[in-house]
Design a protein around this ligand. Structure first.
Ligand code: SIN
Length: 305
């Protein structure tokens, strides 16, 4: 079979393939680096960072569901300064695009973190306005177009690298938020973050998660994600990083046909540490079987009925 060119450009950043690992499912890469060279990935999106360290929500904060997991981790992380000092130098040794995911309590916090991270040498900022598990700085900004735009503008003013905004599926019309952040200067959007959900233990009659609700991810959300990526890709001009339930090359190809330029593998990393590499290889095989010379030819290739 002819070789497929897997290289691509995403929002001005060169990537060796369109496979990224999703924030919150890969830590800062250390554990996965024990299994393989993480520099083989197109991009590594780091666990969400905040201005100061956070312990996250009390347990239980993860629960299995049919075809997925619910989490209410609550942005546990060492804080932006500790990331820059202790994690980024190690990550930078790998030839992969490093994406820092950030959440702030105010637009100013987002802006300060963006400046620090740009100066420290990350390749891209992912602005998280879609975490469903915190009272401040998550979904509060991601469900109101004006607030999502305000945060995007603040980050754009202080970041010297491309800015991608991570969108929530927990809205009536995701294209409204996508258009608002595009108008505010976002270089790309990523979607979807998790879908709000809940489980109840019938014996104790208590919610399974200590915070009552959490975010659903995994194969169960794939069709929702594909639909939203398709809608957003048709509504904005900026590139889309598609994610939500991808665990095979076929899932990734669906997401690209729907309009994604690149894709992120998330929950599948918990099941199989090699999942992202397998998705890459399967995607390449699909593109080769369709006689494509470049994987980018899949993007937006959906055929109308
Ligand atoms: C979390 O840490 O609670 C998940 C992060 C997110 O959904 O953005």
């Amino acid at each position: 079979m002819p070789k497929v060119d897997m290289r691509m450009h995403f929002a001005g950043v060169s990537m060796k393939n369109p496979i990224v690992v999703a924030s919150g499912t890969y830590g800062f890469g250390r554990e996965f680096g024990e299994f393989y060279n993480i520099g083989q990935l197109g991009g590594i999106c780091c666990k969400g960072l905040t201005f100061t360290p956070r312990e996250g929500n009390p347990p239980p904060r993860v629960a299995e569901t049919p075809m997925g997991i619910l989490n209410s981790v609550g942005l546990q992380n060492p804080g932006v300064d500790a990331f820059i000092a202790n994690e980024l130098p190690e990550l930078r040794k790998h030839d992969s695009c490093i994406i820092a995911n950030i959440s702030g309590n105010t637009p100013e916090e987002y802006a300060i973190m963006s400046k620090k991270l740009s100066d420290a040498g990350v390749d891209m900022i992912e602005v998280n306005v879609s975490c469903p598990n915190v009272k401040c700085g998550g979904l509060q900004y991601g469900v109101v177009p004006e607030l999502a735009a305000e945060v995007t503008e603040a980050v754009k003013k202080s970041a010297s690298v491309p800015v991608m905004v991570k969108l929530s599926p927990n809205v009536t019309d995701i294209t409204v938020i996508a258009k608002a952040v595009e108008s505010a200067g976002a270089d790309a959007v990523s979607l979807i973050n998790t879908v709000r959900g809940m489980r109840i233990d019938v014996k104790t009659r208590r919610p399974v998660l200590r915070m009552n609700t959490g975010g659903l991810s995994g194969p169960a959300v794939l069709p929702i994600a594909v639909r939203m990526v398709w809608e957003v890709s048709n509504a904005v001009q900026i590139p889309v990083l598609g994610m939500g339930g991808i665990s095979s090359g076929e899932d990734a190809a669906q997401m690209m046909l729907a309009g994604a330029s690149a894709v992120a593998v998330g929950t599948a990393n918990f099941v199989n540490p090699f999942a992202a590499l397998q998705v890459r290889d399967e995607l390449e095989a699909i593109a080769a079987a369709q006689n494509l010379s470049s994987v980018t030819e899949l993007t937006g290739g959906i055929c109308p009925w």
